[in-house]
Design a protein around this ligand. Structure first.
Ligand code: FES
Length: 676
């Protein structure tokens, strides 16, 4: 291993900071700095406690928590026992740049600290962009098994696997403090053993303050965040710098190999709730810096950031209204720089496979078929896919059955309007809409649709036709002579999805497809069957396999009726659709408030208004179990330890995919078995 011990060795690897970077440094707060403090609700804070131990934590709780007493003095409320040199990195929700402030404690009284400022500068957006801190749809890395040592404490390894962002504090030869941000994909902090962590050091602005400081004083402290969570992992110990080639190659992100790495010998690792993070609620997109403030800020900060293009500088000085354009140009510049160095920012590791809507077919006023390109179409007819979509800044997952024939270059999912996501897709999905998809999944399937001589009875209600339609299309095309009887229930004739195509398929395959429509609210001219599907509508065929799909209790009732007719259980296949209820906009405040969900042995997660417990947990990198996401499979069942929820709660377990917290809650991922 090659340990770096001198500044010359360090600069041989990372280079020297360009003059432009050092010019961005100020001795006190200017207009841009004051404005950033006025809107920053949180800061990473590096200090030494009364016993001289290095500490990093997160302070704040609301925008403007740091009061500017003068350009050279700021004050804030805190209970930490800081003294001597301190340093901050101020975070602005939704913004890439951070404000770094160094100084020393000038006054300390109970609950309040005043800091004399000595150094101020704006840190570039690379750490935030790499981490996707404000855009966190990235799965956690696998959680390593950690034996003895501070890193084996409950929840620590899981948090390390999920964190994309950390704040690191170090001290220079004269005792001066520096706190800076690091960001990357979850899993970038490697756990070597219960006492040792490795953090890659990727290309930055060449200031390398942390590394330079560590050459003089090897003490280090770190605070780590996971988007969506209100707890913070605090780590402290000592660190060395290495450029060991095999270690760095092992931490390559795409083609980007880190320049160096910090190897931390951990003396203390503590995961605890952070009141500032909880109070600031920065994970709620409603608390992001708004466009008008961002425009004003950009006009101020562009000067300090030293934008090189003269035209852009003139533009920034002209009118703040152009600042959104500047923002986009600057973000694009950062992204290009990251991609140029081989960092896979654009392709990232977002959960699911990217798909694109290439056709939208209106089936009924309340049902639409989305034709997607890019999906894995190797499904068995009857299976479903999970669509991952971002709606108004939140990520949702919903399962929809494939209605097309497998093995083609396009996947059709038919979506009936009955909840937030299905309504969104019905109203807003367009050709070109991009989403992500997981799957195929599910045990409701016809294993061999090409089987000769097979008989099928398909029984569906409402959107329950969707997997059955794939079975019909596939079996009629693949088998030479299989026969199908479809019994399909709806309220009215207008609600029948695929009505025209079912008739066409019946006529095109004489004797192979029989269709019986059953309407519960038939119009005056209806001559077909009426009522809800029940024993009178069912048929008994000795060799047939029965596939039942419908909402709520329908499949179980039909199964019972078929069992009564003598159909054996090995010929019964059942899928239940449970629509995910949207958060009720008319509901009391208790249903619309932001809640916390404490996950036993993991940590605390913020559940936004209208967010299911599953969506919130997954967004925070918690390894929540799930499969169907529509309350059907039971995979997402967790044990409810405390609190009240609206959704499906039974036998001490809650189906998180269809449940919303009414109060702060606590759950355990170890599932509650029915009957517990
Ligand atoms: S994920 Fe299937 S019931 Fe919740």
């Amino acid at each position: 291993m090659s340990r770096i011990t001198t500044v010359a060795q360090l600069e041989a690897i990372i280079g020297r900071p360009p003059a432009m970077v050092m010019m961005k440094e100020l001795a006190e707060l200017d207009d841009a700095g004051r404005r950033m403090l006025a809107i920053a609700p949180l800061a990473g804070f590096g200090y030494r406690d009364d016993e001289g131990r290095p500490r990093t934590t997160v302070v704040g709780g609301k925008p403007g928590f740091a009061e500017v007493e003068s350009p050279a003095r700021i004050a804030f409320a805190t209970d930490v026992d800081a003294s001597g040199p301190v340093s901050f990195v101020f975070l602005l929700p939704g913004v890439g740049e951070t404000l770094r402030v160094n100084g020393s404690v000038a006054e300390r009284s109970p609950g309040r600290i005043v800091v004399a400022v000595s150094q101020v500068y704006i840190h570039c957006a690379r750490a935030i962009l790499r981490s996707r801190l404000w855009d966190p749809v990235v799965p956690a890395a696998p959680v390593p098994a950690v034996a003895d040592g501070p890193l084996s404490a409950p929840g620590v390894a899981g948090f390390l696997a999920a964190t994309p962002f950390l704040i690191v504090s170090s001290w220079d030869r004269d005792g001066g403090s520096d706190t800076s941000p690091r960001g990357d994909v979850p899993g970038f902090v490697r756990v070597i053993d219960g006492h040792t962590l490795v953090i890659p050091d990727r290309r930055g602005n060449k200031r390398a303050d942390t590394s330079r400081n560590l050459l003089a004083d090897d003490r280090i402290s770190v605070a780590m965040l996971v988007p969506g969570r209100t707890d913070v992992l605090h780590v402290s110990g000592t660190a060395v710098i290495t450029d060991d080639a095999s270690l760095l190659a092992d931490m390559a992100q795409g083609a980007a190999v880190p320049q160096a790495a910090l190897i931390i010998t951990v003396e203390r690792a503590e995961l605890r709730r952070n009141q500032a993070v909880a109070a600031a609620n920065v994970w709620d997109r409603g608390n992001r810096v708004d466009a008008a403030t961002l425009a004003e800020l950009m006009a101020l900060t562009t000067r300090q950031l030293g934008v090189k293009k003269p035209a852009l500088r003139r533009l920034s000085g002209a009118l703040a209204v152009f600042s959104r354009l500047i923002r986009r140009v600057m973000d694009a510049t950062y992204r290009r720089a990251l991609e140029k160095e081989g960092y896979g920012l654009a392709t990232g590791t977002r959960l699911g496979r990217p798909v694109r809507v290439i056709d939208v077919i209106r089936e009924t006023p309340d049902a639409v078929t989305l034709v997607l390109s890019g999906a894995d179409t190797g499904f068995a007819p009857g299976q479903f896919y999970t669509l991952i979509m971002d709606i108004e800044g939140r990520t949702f997952r919903r399962a929809y059955s494939a209605t097309s024939v497998p093995g083609t270059d396009r996947l059709a999912l038919t979506v009936k309007r009955d909840g937030l996501c299905s309504t969104y897709l019905n109203d807003h999905a367009r050709v070109g809409t991009e989403m992500r998809v997981l799957g195929p999944s599910g045990d409701f399937r016809v294993a061999d649709p090409a089987a000769a001589g097979a008989e099928y009875v398909l029984i569906g209600a409402g959107s329950g036709i969707t997997p059955l339609m794939s079975i019909i299309r596939t079996v009629l095309a693949a088998s030479p002579d299989a026969t199908i009887t479809l019994i399909y229930g709806n309220r009215t004739e207008a609600d029948i999805i695929f009505a025209g195509e079912l008739t066409a398929l019946r006529d095109a395959h004489p004797g192979r497809l029989t269709v019986h429509h059953v309407l519960s609210r038939p119009g005056p001219g209806w001559t077909g069957r009426t009522g809800r599907i029940g024993p009178d509508h069912l048929i008994y065929l000795e060799r047939a396999h029965y596939y039942i799909c419908g909402p709520a209790t329908m499949p179980a009732a039909v199964r019972e009726a078929l069992t009564g007719l003598g159909v054996s259980s090995d010929r019964l296949h059942e899928e239940r659709f449970t629509s995910v209820p949207a958060a009720d906009p008319e509901a009391a405040d208790s249903e619309q408030a932001v809640r916390t969900m404490t996950v036993d042995n993991v940590g605390e997660v913020v559940v936004g208004a209208g967010q299911t417990m599953l969506d919130a947990g997954l967004a925070a990198g918690v390894p929540m179990p799930y499969s169907c996401t529509v309350g059907s499979c039971g995979e997402c069942r967790v044990r409810l330890l405390r609190g009240e929820v609206r959704g499906i709660v039974e036998d001490g377990g809650v189906l998180t995919c269809v449940s919303y917290p009414l109060t702060d809650t606590a759950v355990a991922i170890t599932p509650a078995e029915p009957g517990d």
